[in-house]
Design a protein. Structure first.
Length: 153
């Protein structure tokens, strides 16, 4: 069956997530930096923009399930589930922070079209900064474990 390998779907989803994020960023720049929030559907662009978080997660999933759509060893299955659980918390948090900015009408974007509340700086909520640092360290560790598993197989 042509669609039985999840790796292809992960890679396709990764490309779509990056594209939506890029388009969302461009529209966010046009709306919130150039037109001060007067363009229609600016909020939709803000929901497309955090697609970068989904894409980052999918890069790790692709590494973890390469080459046949399953982890290279049964021991790495728990790494995949831990990775996905933490990634889900991180991604949902990015969207909750975005929704909060939309509801409060406090949308501010940087020159790249990124929501400033998600920049991991002083403008971000402190819980987001901590979560992002933990997630990036865990993502890096998961990727290294997955690569080590690939080498060992």
């Amino acid at each position: 069956m042509a669609n039985s390998n999840p790796l292809g779907w992960v890679l396709l989803s990764l490309a779509v997530a990056f594209r939506l994020s890029e388009d969302g960023s461009f529209y966010a720049i046009a709306d919130y930096r150039l037109r001060h929030g007067t363009l229609p559907l600016g909020w939709a662009a803000m929901f497309a923009q955090p697609g970068w978080a989904i894409a980052i997660v999918l890069i790790g999933v692709a590494i973890l399930i390469f080459p046949d759509g399953t982890p290279p060893s049964p021991r790495l299955r728990w790494v995949l589930w831990l990775y996905l659980a933490l990634a889900l918390v991180w991604t949902v948090s990015a969207y909750v922070t975005t929704a909060d900015a939309i509801v409060r009408h406090t949308i501010r974007v940087d020159a790249s079209g990124n929501l400033i509340a998600l920049d991991n700086g002083s403008s971000s909520p402190s819980w987001w900064n901590v979560l992002q640092n933990v997630v990036f360290c865990t993502l890096a560790l998961g990727w290294l474990l997955a690569l080590a598993g690939q080498v060992a197989s």
